[in-house]
Ligand binder design. Structure first.
Ligand code: AMP
Length: 619
């Protein structure tokens, strides 16, 4: 029953509101909140369960259903039942490794669309709409459960989610009727649930092994401020792989005939049951006889042997995350366990060996820990507490294109957000009245190697000589990773502002690749940048010198004119030669030749000005 109180004096309806924390997971989703006056967060039951399968089913009339009921339709109507939609969020068709996605529904191959679409019958849905269906169910059922309105939320995302994916999550929230106050990183939320922010400083490693994904993040906390130092993982690794390997092991142990009669999907279901049973009781022996007559066995020692290659992959990621954060296991004070698969005792044992000095935080239900932490941040944003301050960093650098296709970084990667940065630019051509601002993301020196986020044109710059306009470009990146770009000509006040809606479609692997490629190409990039800078300088000097000769033709000797023109041609001929040093020498040569008479003309100009003429009136 919804508790809605009526204000008798005004007759208006006062609807109590709360801010919730939502863990919008690949497999399951959860909602949590902090009851008024209590510091502790709680999971909100949804139709009697805490966990809601992140599955959307459309019936024959295209009416959606979410959760347990939808999951039950997976076997019977796979083409109308959508799961793992989080893997599609913020991506385009080319980004999705379809061969690794074990799905029964149809993804549309339509390269004209930025974002991938799912076809169900004659209808098409994008991942934002599908995620919104899940969020709608969570919102509505949380309202039913608590009897209050749920209009504001904090939603968690993996730390490696790029801006497109964060924006897509935010859009899904909006579509579900939620005001998304903040998007926070899952590992940060998990640390909050353990109250780790109360430590004044330290390092936390969050190990998150779910059904289908693995993430490891290294966080730094300082005075309640969280910063993600590094993340690593595998978007296609998890408990499901252990189940598959158990099923394969059973197949190897059985005759071909029995194998043929037992569907693999059924073997996998029982493999998971075996894994969980042995995980909960190491001394048990799992036995099962299928309808086909196939008999299977499993004990804990064999389970560990089967799971080890998967665990090995996670340790490799842990090593990489530590290396990226420039830390060793001894630097980690707290290890936080997230994801259902971390209940497997072998993981906890191996982690204890790895992080002998650290505290292993495994007391909170690993399925609930992210939502419980998100609720704490929600409580902070609701104004109920002030002991937590979250801080995230940008995963990739943000900048604009400058002359010669160079990337001018305004916000470097790993900058703490929110952040606001401004830098002044000018025009390169006389009388230039428009300036195109192209915004890029990435680590390479040349924009062509980075990813364009958007572009716009600052129009109406008053006509002035090149170099005179003062154009300030300002980047404001908010706490959710949304970028606002403003260009302002400071002399005239002409201004243009855009919110960058990052074009959808950058995979986690691409983000990683962009980072890596930035590192491995650093040396050649610097050379390339220096060459481009020399080329820009050459074009600029040719332009200004030619204008200068044109304006002052009557004050120069023929020798001076011819000598200058000849040197201009030399510089022009060397621009595309590719040798920066030779080009630079030619530029200096031109400069040295023209400097004496440029100075002479300047003296004349100054003395004329002193006689009462304004400099800008002189030819
Ligand atoms: P999540 O994606 O976080 O919901 O985790 C789901 C995964 O956790 C599935 O692969 C489950 O089989 C696995 N899981 C749940 N309970 C256990 C357990 N006790 N031992 C090992 N794996 C488990």
């Amino acid at each position: 029953m919804a508790k809605i109180s009526i204000n008798i004096a005004s007759g208006s309806i006062e609807k109590p509101k709360i801010v919730v924390g939502i863990d919008l997971g690949t497999t399951n989703s959860l909602v949590a909140y902090v009851p008024k006056g209590q510091g502790q967060s709680q999971i909100i039951p949804i139709r009697g369960n805490g966990i809601v399968p992140s599955v959307v089913h459309f019936d024959a009339h295209d009416v959606p259903a979410v959760g347990v009921y939808a999951k039950d339709k997976l076997l019977g109507q796979p083409e109308r039942t959508i799961y793992s939609v989080k893997r599609l969020l913020g991506k385009n068709y080319g980004d999705i490794p379809l061969n690794t996605l074990d799905i029964g529904y149809r993804i549309i191959d339509d390269s004209s669309e930025n974002m991938v679409k799912v076809q169900v019958g004659s209808r098409f849905y994008n991942p934002i709409e599908l995620s919104a269906e899940i969020l709608k169910e969570l919102k509505q059922q949380a309202e039913v459960s608590l009897g209050v309105l749920v209009e504001q939320a904090v939603i968690t995302v993996p730390a490696y989610f790029n801006e497109s994916q964060r924006q897509a999550t935010r859009d899904a929230g909006k579509l579900a009727g939620l005001d998304v106050l903040r998007i926070i990183n899952e590992p940060t939320a998990a640390s909050l649930a353990y109250g780790i922010q109360e430590q004044s400083q330290g390092h936390v490693l969050v190990y998150d092994l779910g059904g289908g994904t693995f993430d490891v993040s290294v966080l730094q906390i300082e005075d309640g401020v969280f910063e993600v130092l590094s993340t690593h993982g595998d978007t296609y690794l998890g408990g499901d792989d252990i189940d598959r390997r158990i099923a394969e092991y059973w197949r190897e142990q059985t005759s071909q005939e029995a194998n043929e009669k037992t569907p693999f999907a059924e073997l996998r279901i029982w493999a998971e049951k075996a894994k969980i049973e042995l995980s909960n009781n190491k001394n048990a022996v799992f036995e099962y006889v299928f309808e086909s007559g196939m008999k299977v066995y499993l004990d804990y020692a064999v389970l560990v042997k089967i799971a080890n290659p998967i665990l090995e992959k996670t340790w490799n990621s842990v090593k990489k995350a530590l290396k990226d954060a420039q830390l060793t296991p001894a630097d980690i004070q707290e290890v936080v366990l997230v994801g259902g698969s971390t209940r497997f005792p072998e993981i906890q044992e191996q982690l204890t060996q790895w992080f002998a000095e650290s505290r292993i935080n495994n007391q909170i239900n690993p399925d609930e820990v992210v939502a419980l932490g998100a609720a704490i941040e929600a409580d902070v944003l609701a104004g109920n507490r002030s002991d937590v301050l979250l801080l995230d960093v940008t995963p990739l650098s943000l900048g604009i294109e400058t002359a010669g296709g160079l990337m001018d970084v305004l916000i470097p990667r790993n900058s703490k957000i929110p952040v606001r940065v401004g830098r002044e630019y000018t025009t390169s051509v006389d009388g230039q009245v428009n300036l195109k601002v192209s915004v890029f993301q990435g680590e390479r020196e040349l924009v062509a190697e980075n990813r364009q986020l958007g572009s716009f044109i600052l129009e109406g710059i008053p006509s002035m000589p090149a170099g005179m306009p003062k154009i300030e470009i300002q980047f404001a990146l908010n706490a959710d990773g949304m970028l606002q770009v403003q260009a302002k000509e400071l002399r005239s006040g002409v201004v243009q502002k855009v919110e960058i809606q990052p074009s959808y479609g950058l995979t986690d692997a691409q983000v990683e690749e962009m980072l890596l490629s930035g590192l491995t190409n650093a040396k050649t990039d610097v050379e390339e940048r220096l060459l481009r800078e020399s080329q820009n300088e050459a074009r600029q000097i040719i332009y200004t010198t030619e204008r200068f000769i044109e304006k002052n033709a009557n004050l120069l000797s023929n020798e001076e004119k011819a000598g200058t023109e000849q040197r201009i041609e030399t510089v022009r001929g060397l621009i595309d030669n590719g040798d920066r040093h030779v080009l630079q020498t030619a530029i200096e040569n031109l400069n040295d030749f023209s400097r004496p008479f440029a100075e002479r003309l300047m003296d004349i100009a100054v003395s004329k000005a002193l006689k009462g003429n304004r400099i800008d009136q002189m030819k």
